[in-house]
Design a protein around this ligand. Structure first.
Ligand SMILES: Nc1ncnc2c1ncn2[C@@H]1O[C@H](COP(=O)(O)OP(=O)(O)OP(=O)(O)O)[C@@H](O)[C@H]1O
Ligand SMILES: [Mg+2]
Length: 433
């Protein structure tokens, strides 16, 4: 239960004004509304820019969520350091002192090739949590970008509840949105939100903002994925990949190579899938392991794929290929801390499990793509050309794909494309023998 204090009539009224419901608005013809000259402010961090949909939209409000200590403040400071030369930036922090932020900035500027040479003049810093004071600072500094770190520390003095409460978070965010929409300032808000969200907690923010990005990753691994889950100005499910280093987040523009770097070729139980992360194909290693169940029910333990998907795949393997999985524990692991949600990786998962079960490796330079149907057939998946091209780019020699409809144009070159109708066919093509 979360206590929510109902605001007095006066604040309710000012809220109505704030939301443009005051009765002073005038309907306009769509054709008469002027377009902004510059539609996007370019972001020098390519991975970040792509996730945003190609730069920052003026007057937009973006929420950056993520687990504690994952690197949200680092990402924001890095971005503002690189953008502040061309656009004024006001960085508001309610969490760290100015010295702390300065220390981080110094660390970010140390070393590195394409990093910032000198501290930009147009980057203003303030530690403040009172929203009214923040708005006053915005009036004096007149930035093009405003960063608020974090929304949980900001409070509206006219409301009684404490900072971080649902109503404070919601109302503060709503006011920041008004600021963005009326002034054209782009606002970045950091929120302590995990993907699962906290019940009745900051998830309310997602409806208020234009774009929601999550920075996620294993805290014990250096990789960080920046994922867009809502975007009013671009596609969602776009992913940026970074590596956390001492001097900040380094972009990884060829993630497939990184994810495949530690692969042991010719080890049983390893298969390569080609998954789409937004518009970008990504090759990932999927590992499977089967081991005799010692007692009780056999276990199914997926890491990086959906549990029910794994159940389906093991059921198809048992029924259609007569594999005796009923007395085997099955573990599946997606390397690199990645999570695959699309069924296109089914075939690779099935191959990894089969390979472990038979103790036979899968061909070294082979990638697998395909969705598994309940009768053991392979089903076509989207964006197959992009997947084939990516596999070819990374030096794979063969790729197994589902046999689909007749195609007029040839498959992309540089790689041998093997079409398989069923899981059984695909596996006999995939195994080394
Ligand atoms: N000297 C360093 N060398 C390498 N990595 C560092 C160093 N200092 C900090 N980091 C990385 O930066 C991360 C903290 O980043 P940051 O403070 O931006 O996270 P945050 O998401 O803003 O956290 P919070 O939720 O606490 O505000 C650490 O977990 C660590 O991975
Ligand atoms: Mg922080």
């Amino acid at each position: 239960m979360i206590e929510e204090i109902i605001p007095s009539n006066k604040t309710a009224q000012s809220r109505a004004v704030m939301h443009g419901l005051s009765g002073f608005s005038v309907p306009k013809r769509l054709s008469e509304i002027e377009r902004d000259h510059e539609e996007r402010i370019p972001v020098p961090i390519e991975e970040f820019s792509r996730v945003l949909g190609g730069g920052v939209v003026p007057g937009s409000i973006v929420l950056i969520g993520g687990d504690p200590g994952i690197g949200k403040s680092t990402l924001m400071l890095q971005m503002t350091l690189q953008m502040a030369d061309k656009n004024g930036v006001l960085y508001v922090s309610g969490e760290e002192s100015e010295r702390q932020i300065k220390m981080r900035a110094d660390r970010l500027m140390r070393g590195g090739e394409n990093r910032i040479k000198k501290l930009p003049d147009n980057l203003y810093l303030v530690t403040e949590t009172n929203l009214e004071a923040i708005l006053t600072h915005v009036k004096t500094v007149k930035p093009r970008l405003l960063v608020v770190d974090s929304i949980q520390t900001v409070y509206r003095p006219d409301m009684e509840s404490s900072a971080g409460s649902v109503s404070q978070v919601r109302e503060s965010a709503a006011q920041l949105r008004e600021l963005a929409k009326t002034s054209g300032i782009s606002v970045f808000v950091i929120g302590h939100v995990t993907k699962k969200g906290i019940i009745a907690g900051p998830r309310v923010l997602e409806h208020i903002v234009d774009t929601v990005l999550y920075l996620e990753g294993d805290r014990f691994q250096a990789y960080r994925l920046l994922r867009s889950v809502k975007n009013r100005f671009g596609t969602t499910s776009e992913v940026g990949v970074f590596e956390m280093q001492e001097n900040g987040l380094k972009e990884i523009s060829n993630p497939s190579e990184v994810f495949l770097a530690e692969r042991m070729v010719n080890a049983p139980g390893s298969a390569i899938a080609v998954t789409m992360e937004g518009t970008r194909p990504l090759l990932v290693e999927i590992q499977g392991l089967t081991s005799q169940t010692s007692f009780g029910n056999p276990r199914r333990t997926p890491n990086g794929i959906d549990f029910n998907r794994l159940l389906l795949i093991t059921a198809v393997l048992s029924r259609r290929l007569n594999m005796r999985l009923s007395e085997q524990d099955v573990f599946v692991n997606v390397i690199g801390g990645l999570r695959i949600d699309e069924p296109a990786a089914d075939l690779a998962v099935a191959a990894a499990i089969t390979s472990s079960m038979r103790d036979e490796p899968i061909r070294a330079e082979l990638a697998l793509v395909g969705e598994l149907g309940l009768s053991g057939e392979l089903r076509m998946v989207g964006q197959i050309d992009a997947r084939i091209r990516e596999a070819a780019n990374l030096g794979f020699k063969q790729i197994i794909i589902p046999r689909g409809m007749q195609r007029k144009q040839p498959w992309p070159g540089g790689i041998e494309v093997l079409e398989a109708r069923s899981l059984r066919d695909a596996l006999s093509l995939a195994m080394v023998k």
